[in-house]
Design a protein around this ligand. Structure first.
Ligand code: TRP
Length: 472
């Protein structure tokens, strides 16, 4: 039980394991299953993937530790925690704006995340009706042609009313868990479902490995071709690393505030990063063999997971049931993340404006609902509306993609950059030393990474990615 050292008593995690699973639950989500394979495909495979892994270890992990450290020390919602650490280090309380900025990005992410959550709900329904029609034993979509299976996704995202309704439904489910509070809702979902999901994902990947195209997948995902590593690919990889680890939006600060003093933060961060990365790689190993075996385009973008997986389930024995179980699990993985995303602004409203959990979470949900409507419609009736057309980074992007790019390629890397400067240069050394749970050379290495590598690499990658023309 985590009790605060200062300020009002807060809710706490019932155990170390529960915190760990909830943090993993927040990290593992659509970012791993949907966004990672799609980004790897559009950015050309190996160079992206290997750079991504480097980013997780050398940039993601130190930032993850820094964020949980700030949260546990501050014992409050993210901005308040930043301010407490700043004040104890005789620094300006204005550092809390880093977190306020993060609260805003979490809110913006929720505004398109729920749309993808809605797509998942649709596929759950699709497999459920398949089971009802053809019985438990059959493969999925018996007798349906490949073309019609592939046509399902474009038809779905083109249907504005349906995608809006599904996105709002996903938000409502998220809201239900957030209202129940930390140990009541989030913990239960995370504790039971994440392990089950992992087992199913491994099973499907192993099955797929025997279906051919596996060696092609390995070559595609793990061959390093330096000429493919452009500034844009690097920025995409860093953005994906932060998105996947839930960093740069003060989300892990919020979670860290619920962690007990007895928990070793460095060890915990390493486990979270390892679990998150293995799920992303598994998702890649699960999806790309299907892409290659079926002759689909690796760079298909956001539809990749939804277009490829039904193929695999069509061929599998009891495929309808496995497909149904799989999308249920994806739904829960998405839910544990969206709950965390909604929790960030909710906790902030509660602490700053003394709102109850009920009214705070309701306000966040209504706001995200408005974003959800525009994001959902941007693949349908608003497909030609490009809100930030004048800015090269956003050229040709609809509302959904603008929210996605704005957060993953700008606010998350910037939030992480500021966090590393804060912990590396501003926060009092003794405070950092006593919280992070490491000593000796590892501690020196951590300091080297947060003080030098993280800020310099992030600043460089941001410039390279945003202004590719400057460096040619
Ligand atoms: N990491 C989550 C996923 O992979 C998404 C996410 C991004 C997130 N930022 C977050 C979740 C902040 C919680 C808090 O799906």
């Amino acid at each position: 039980m985590a009790l605060s050292s200062s300020g009002p008593a807060r809710e706490g995690w019932s155990s170390r394991t529960a915190f760990l699973l909830a943090a993993i639950g927040s990290a593992v989500g659509l970012g791993n299953l949907w966004r990672f394979p799609a980004e790897a495909g559009t950015n050309g495979g190996g160079a992206f993937v290997l750079f991504y892994i480097g980013c997780v270890v050398l940039i993601g992990l130190p930032i993850l530790l820094s964020e949980t450290l700030i949260g546990r020390h501050g014992q409050a919602a993210a901005p308040e925690s930043f301010r407490r650490v700043a004040e104890q280090s005789q620094a300006s309380p204005k550092w809390e704006w880093v977190a306020a900025f993060g609260v805003l990005s979490a809110f913006l992410i929720l505004g398109f995340y729920c749309v993808v959550g809605g797509w998942v709900l649709y596929y759950i329904g699709l497999f459920a009706s398949d089971i009802v029609q053809s019985g438990l034993g059959g493969g999925a979509f018996a007798g349906v042609s490949t073309e019609s299976i592939e046509a399902l996704f474009p038809a779905l995202i083109g249907d504005g009313q349906l995608t809006v309704a599904l996105g709002i439904a996903f938000l409502a489910i998220t809201l239900f868990f957030v209202i129940r509070g930390v140990s009541g809702g989030i913990e239960i979902a995370a504790t039971w479902l994440m392990p089950a999901f992992f087992v199913l994902l491994v099973g499907i990947t192993v099955y797929g490995a025997f279906g051919g195209a596996f060696s092609e997948t390995l070559a595609y995902l793990f061959t390093f071709e330096p000429e493919k590593l452009t500034g844009e690919v690097m920025l995409a990889a860093v953005g994906q690393a932060f998105f996947s680890l839930s960093l740069g939006v003060a989300g892990m600060v919020t979670y860290g505030a619920y962690v007990g003093r007895n928990v070793n933060l460095a060890g915990t961060s390493a486990i979270i990063a390892a679990a998150d990365t293995s799920v992303a790689l598994l998702a890649g190993l699960c999806i790309f063999p299907i892409v290659f075996a079926a002759g689909l385009a690796a760079g298909a973008g956001p539809g990749l997971m939804f277009v490829t997986l039904p193929h695999a389930f069509q061929d599998m024995p009891v495929g309808a049931l496995i497909g149904f179980a799989f999308f249920i699990m994806v739904g829960f993985a998405a839910l544990t993340s969206s709950v965390a995303l909604m929790e960030v602004p909710t906790a902030w409203l509660m602490d700053n404006f003394r709102l109850t959990r009920m009214s705070a979470s309701l306000s966040v949900a209504v706001g995200a609902g408005v974003l959800c409507v525009f994001s959902a419609l941007s693949t349908g009736s608003l497909v030609d509306w490009h809100p930030l057309e004048a800015i090269p980074l956003f050229a040709g992007q609809g509302f959904f993609d603008v929210l996605d790019t704005f957060t993953a390629k700008l606010t998350m890397p910037i939030g992480a950059l500021l966090t590393s400067i804060f912990i590396g240069w501003i926060a009092e050394r003794r405070l950092v030393d006593s919280e992070n749970g490491i000593s000796g050379w590892l501690h020196q290495f951590y300091l080297l990474l947060v003080r030098w590598l993280c800020p310099l690499a992030l600043a460089g990658i941001l410039l390279l990615g945003i202004f590719p023309g400057w460096f040619e």
